[in-house]
Design a protein around this ligand. Structure first.
Ligand SMILES: Cc1cc2nc3c(=O)[nH]c(=O)nc-3n(C[C@H](O)[C@H](O)[C@H](O)COP(=O)(O)OP(=O)(O)OC[C@H]3O[C@@H](n4cnc5c(N)ncnc54)[C@H](O)[C@@H]3O)c2cc1C
Length: 414
């Protein structure tokens, strides 16, 4: 793999950028691969990467019906944090956050990880109690968070109106090493590293069927022909139910649209990420200066991949209470993605009733932060049949009633 470095950039600047290699290839599909992953979002690509890096499995294809990173991975608001309540969640999200710390070096691609700090505002007494409890749980889990008072909130983010009429800020759950990263770069970095290991990333290759013999997966039917596989990973987020049906099983998943919007760029005014879950909105400032804003998910199931006007109105109206200054901002763009929600708001990383077929989904509104950790766990599960990080996230928990309830940490918050 051609190394990206300051020297390479300087050299290419001098010769008119004529010497860059393609970051990943466009190969002709082979008849068969040891592993086929469906979905070239962050989770699918990270799974492929750690299959190669950690387990030496490189005869791998990642099949994508559109373009890589064009699903939720390229549509999210990039918040990274690990301040969840339950132990299994804290373990996988903190693994992920810690992998983000060195991901740029690992992939030799600047993913612009910016651990600027994330605060989740407490605007009711109920939230104060909830976040104090989470801070206690996090200290036992080894996740660095603290509950801070309104003065510290104002210090860290002067543009917040802490004395709002309906919902004054009573404090916040603060994670100093939470932050953001560049979403496309995460997908591109993993794709480039996978390609360098000899893996095939096949774009515009939609999976339309799954074949099996004696209860074991054998191949997938695609728009580029039938492709044989020893093991199959389904990692398609909002379309998990559709592909699972092809493989002959059902999932406890609902697909809904989640949307976000950005403002015109303005001068730096906010160098932390703020989530206001009571009023249903969150905001950070991108490196370009745009205010990146998100809210809650649509209240009905759909596959539309675009937003609805009433949600934008609600989100902006809610945020204006906490950030009055945004009332004068012009909004530039708005978009939506289809997120995959489980009842307990925790993911599924699991074997399935079809032998050799594994599923990774259910990250809902908050899976960008989990990409490295989820890929790590899914690769381990697919390579060895077990993964301590994924142990509590099996499909069987829905039958056994062993839920990992994260509805407080992940219901609105991303
Ligand atoms: C507006 C919005 C804001 C968000 N904000 C945050 C945030 O701030 N922080 C956070 O942590 N998370 C956030 N998320 C959630 C996060 O984006 C997702 O959980 C995460 O990106 C899921 O990644 P993925 O790889 O599983 O799915 P995706 O990136 O959606 O990838 C799945 C891929 O599968 C492909 N596919 C589907 N069906 C087929 C098929 N039949 N054949 C081949 N390919 C197929 C799709 O085209 C897609 O590219 C947000 C999501 C949205 C929509």
């Amino acid at each position: 793999m051609q190394r990206y470095s300051v020297f390479a950039v300087a050299r290419e600047a001098l010769r008119g950028h004529t010497g860059w290699d393609r970051a990943w290839g466009s190969p002709v599909p082979r008849d068969r691969y040891d592993v086929v992953i469906v979905g070239a979002g962050g989770h699918g690509l990270a799974t492929a990467y750690y299959l190669g890096k950690n387990h030496g499995i490189t005869n791998v294809a990642v099949l994508e019906k559109g373009w890589l990173g064009g699903g939720n991975t390229g549509r999210n608001t990039t918040i990274i944090r690990s301040n969840y309540l339950q132990d299994p969640s804290a373990a996988i999200y903190e693994k992920s956050r810690s992998l983000y710390e060195t991901l740029s070096q690992d992939l030799n691609m600047n993913v612009m990880f910016s651990p600027r700090g994330v605060m989740m505002l407490a605007q009711t007494e109920h939230e104060v109690r909830g976040y104090r409890r989470t801070a206690q749980a996090n200290s036992l889990q080894g996740v660095e968070t603290e509950f801070i008072g309104p003065e510290r909130v104002k210090d860290l983010c002067p543009i917040i109106e802490t004395r709002g009429p309906r919902y004054p800020v009573l404090g916040a759950l603060w994670q100093p090493r939470g932050g953001t990263a560049r979403h496309d770069a995460v997908a591109w970095g993993y794709a480039r590293a996978c390609s360098a290991m000899g893996m095939h990333i096949l774009q515009k290759c939609e999976v339309t069927g799954v074949r099996s013999e004696n209860g074991h997966v054998t191949a997938v039917e695609t728009t580029k022909g039938t492709i044989g596989c020893g093991r199959l990973g389904i990692v398609v987020a909002g379309h998990s139910g559709v592909v699972a049906r092809m493989a002959g099983f059902r999932l406890p998943i609902e697909s809904v649209a989640l949307q976000a919007l950005v403002s015109e760029p303005i001068k730096p005014c906010m160098d932390v990420v703020v989530m206001a879950n009571t009023v249903h909105g969150y905001m950070s400032q991108s490196d370009k200066g745009e205010m990146v804003i998100g809210g809650g998910a649509d209240g009905y199931n759909n596959y539309t991949q675009r937003g609805s006007f009433h949600h934008i109105e609600e989100t902006v109206r809610a945020l204006i209470e906490t950030f009055p200054m945004i009332s004068r901002l012009k909004m530039l763009r708005q978009w939506g993605g289809i997120v995959d929600m489980t009842g307990d708001r925790s993911p599924i990383i699991s074997k399935t009733p079809l032998q050799g077929c594994f599923i990774n989904c259910g990250w809902g509104t908050g899976g960008f932060k989990a990409i490295p950790g989820s890929g790590w766990a899914m690769a381990q599960l697919m390579a060895t049949g077990e993964s301590p990080l994924a142990a509590e996230f099996g499909l069987d928990r829905f039958r056994a009633g062993r839920f990992v309830d994260e509805s407080v940490a992940a219901g609105v918050a991303h």
